[in-house]
Design a protein around this ligand. Structure first.
Ligand SMILES: [Zn+2]
Length: 317
């Protein structure tokens, strides 16, 4: 371990305490297999999520490479969260990881392949733009206690934030405040989009709150930005079937919304997926803390997780 890595781990241990959840680590009771079109490349990919061993966490298997669902492998990418290792990339991992983290699937192997090509990049299917397909599939197959390779169950630990922490970028910020439970407050502000405007949503996460109020919230996009994003090679697979689209002058183009504040709730869905990347193998990723996010996005979420991990990033102190 280098001196800076030793310093970072020391810093991380002051910021976070790992405490028991009183539960054993979980995995899936069987395999989930889903295929679908992807948002950014527009290609079709197939995902098979299989039970994993306790203590090994969640990781992707792509072209025989294993890529842990960890912040260590997260890379900057526009409009989605990408994991990258040895030149292999998996894009748009956030909705699947959000569902796995929220449902407490602590250990699993996520095998992914593109049906259209054998290249070094692949993307998780978008479905309807929410995490519903994943949540339903997890509930259908069920979950069970995970065992390690010696046949033992392992206690599930959760990270507790010991002191306030924040990251900033322009007028966006994420603040974490110590709390005995997971609580999220999220705000978005689109002054030029009257149909969205300023929205706030705040709640603690207990029982089936995620399934009922967050999981089915869909990705949203701004109609006037679509052409610009397409010319940048993004949202090639985007359609009115996998996102709710808002126009500055015409309002929502494909109503009805599932909630009046669906965009804000979707930001929470994304935040949970991105913060799950803090998970140490088999442990809870989302910190027991009150997380307040305003105008956040994937890149700021990733920086917050880096700070939790004791890594200094620009725009934070
Ligand atoms: Zn999203």
């Amino acid at each position: 371990m280098s001196l800076s890595a030793a310093f970072n781990s020391l810093k991380s241990s002051n910021l976070i305490s790992w405490k028991t959840t009183g539960k054993f680590q979980q995995t899936l009771a069987g395999c989930i297999e889903l295929a679908g079109k992807t948002l950014h490349t527009g290609k079709v990919s197939k995902v098979k999520v299989c039970p994993g061993f306790a203590g090994e966490g969640r990781y992707f298997e792509f072209q025989s490479k294993l890529i842990p669902a960890s912040i260590d492998f997260a890379r900057e990418s526009p409009l989605c969260t990408t994991l990258c290792k040895d030149g292999y990339k998996i894009r748009t991992v956030e909705h699947l990881l959000s569902a796995l983290e929220a449902k407490g699937i602590d250990n699993c192997i996520i095998q992914i392949q593109s049906l259209d090509s054998e290249d070094s990049e692949v993307e998780v299917p978008i479905f309807d733009g929410s995490a519903s397909a994943w949540v339903e599939a997890i509930e259908q197959v069920g979950q069970k206690e995970a065992l390690d390779r010696c046949g033992n169950n392992l206690e599930k630990l959760a990270p507790y934030l010991n002191e306030p922490l924040h990251v900033l970028r322009n007028d966006s910020f994420i603040v974490g405040l110590p709390s005995s439970e997971v609580r999220i407050t999220c705000g978005i502000d689109f002054p030029k989009m009257p149909a969205i405007g300023c929205q706030w949503f705040s709640s603690s996460f207990s029982d089936d709150f995620y399934e009922k109020h967050i999981a089915c919230s869909r990705t949203f996009c701004i109609y006037e930005e679509v052409e610009h994003m397409r010319s940048a090679g993004l949202i090639k697979g985007g359609s009115l079937e996998n996102a709710i689209v808002c126009s500055a002058t015409k309002g929502w183009l494909n109503p009805p919304l599932r909630f009046h504040d669906e965009p804000c709730r979707h930001k929470i869905l994304d935040l949970m997926g991105d913060l799950s990347l803090f998970a140490r193998p088999g442990r809870q990723g989302f910190p027991a803390a009150h997380i307040v996010s305003f105008k956040g996005g994937h890149s700021l979420n990733a920086n917050f997780v880096r700070r939790l991990s004791g890594i200094n990033v620009e725009g934070s102190q």
